[in-house]
Design a protein around this ligand. Structure first.
Ligand code: SMG
Ligand code: MG
Length: 375
């Protein structure tokens, strides 16, 4: 593909209700979209999962836009013929910035698939046409409010519940939710790095609730702490924030720090790296599941295609679009039926944009003519 034009577009979407995690509360989402137009006249879109502030990871929207514009695009433009599968390698000289890189790769992949008249589901070769859908439930001001919300998601048909936890909001909420949903429904917790090694005994008290996993209890760089916790707890330890690359996934698995991995394509530099991590984990007998970053229908469609691969043996955070947004920017938003979402079969990543609505939520748009690459 020869990139002829790039659009960096920001959108703002209000959340249907606030979403609180151990690192803060969100009431809206600011998202950077990357649109690439190729010399064949195809347009592809990628969605960057970075948040507005560097609270989940070091990346954030303002920085991502700058990095893409000044450092990533110049390495892919200037008339060069670039395949999506080459993007990660071409961008390797730029250190880090996995979410920025993923968004660029995604846009090129979308364009490439559209030109080839196929989609991501077919390209990745996922066996399934439906994937089980889990929902991520935030921290609430009261137990009653939490239980109301969980009951609503159970009624919506979700296949499993993930509770956000933090010190002071863990054993009791988990106990009440387990009582509410019964022993058979999948339940897991996500601490987003809120605990330390000194909390081991406290965290072991979660073992009695038969959780599918505990996600990222300790700091991002505390692999040994996660290994020791994994030895102490019967609940499997799952890493999210700690895994930003294929190499880190290999190390974490070998060390015994990751008994399960949450694969987020944005966090690991793109869908193709995500597939490599999936393949490695499948070979090592490590279950994986597809995480979520409050994506729009662009990322949500692509995540469905990824989660259709056979190693994704646990339900992902791939909920209905309406779990976060009253209206999505795609024409056919993801919805949940009997615990499953259907892998979209539209061309490209699997979505078509609702251009009028997209324009109405756009807050800025910068077009770059890509023929003057500076790589
Ligand atoms: O998209 O369903 C979703 C969100 C899932 O909880 C979710 N994501 O750590 O896994 C995680 C969080 C990261 C984003 S929290 C603002
Ligand atoms: Mg997480």
């Amino acid at each position: 593909m020869i990139i002829s034009d790039v659009e960096l577009r920001r959108i703002h979407l209000d959340l249907v209700k606030p979403f609180r995690t151990s690192f803060g509360e969100q009431t809206s989402r600011e998202i950077l979209l990357v649109g690439v137009t190729t010399a064949d006249g195809a347009t592809g879109w990628g969605e960057c999962v970075a948040m507005s502030e560097p609270l989940y990871s070091p990346e954030f929207v303002d920085a991502v836009e700058l990095v893409i514009r000044d450092f990533l695009l110049p390495r892919l433009t200037g008339g060069a013929d670039v395949k999506a599968a080459e993007v990660a390698h071409l961008l390797e000289p730029i250190k880090g910035h996995q979410m920025a890189k993923a968004a660029v790769e995604m846009a090129l992949l979308d364009a490439e698939l559209r030109v080839a008249n196929t989609n991501l589901h077919a390209r990745l070769g996922g066996e399934r046409t439906q994937v089980p859908s889990g929902v991520s439930v935030g921290i609430f001001p009261t137990l009653d409010a939490l239980l109301d919300a969980v009951q609503g998601y159970v009624d919506d048909g979700y296949a499993r519940i993930k509770l956000k936890i933090e010190p002071g909001w863990d054993l009791e909420p988990v106990r009440h939710v387990r009582d509410l949903i019964g022993p058979d429904m999948g339940l897991q917790v996500d601490a987003n790095t809120a605990y330390t090694r000194t909390d081991t005994e406290h965290l072991c008290a979660l073992d009695e609730f038969d959780l599918l996993l505990i996600e990222q209890p300790l700091a991002t760089d505390d692999l040994l702490g996660h290994r020791d916790l994994a030895r102490a707890m019967s609940t499997p330890v799952c890493l999210d924030e700690s895994i930003e690359s294929f190499a880190q996934a290999v190390d974490a698995v070998e060390l015994g720090a990751a008994e399960i991995i949450n694969i987020k394509p944005g966090r690991v530099g793109g869908y193709l790296n995500a597939v490599r991590i999936h393949d490695m984990c499948r070979d090592q007998g490590i279950p994986v599941w597809c995480g979520g970053m409050l994506e729009t229908g662009i990322g949500r469609a692509a995540n469905c295609a990824l989660a259709a691969l056979s190693g994704f043996t646990l339900p992902g955070d791939i909920s209905a679009s309406t779990r976060f947004y009253a209206r999505d920017i795609v024409t056919d938003p993801i919805s949940v039926h009997d615990g499953f979402v259907t892998v979209p079969q539209a061309l490209g990543l699997g979505f078509d944009l609702d251009h009028d609505f997209l324009d109405s939520v756009t807050t800025s748009s910068h077009r770059l003519s890509a023929l003057d690459g500076r790589g």
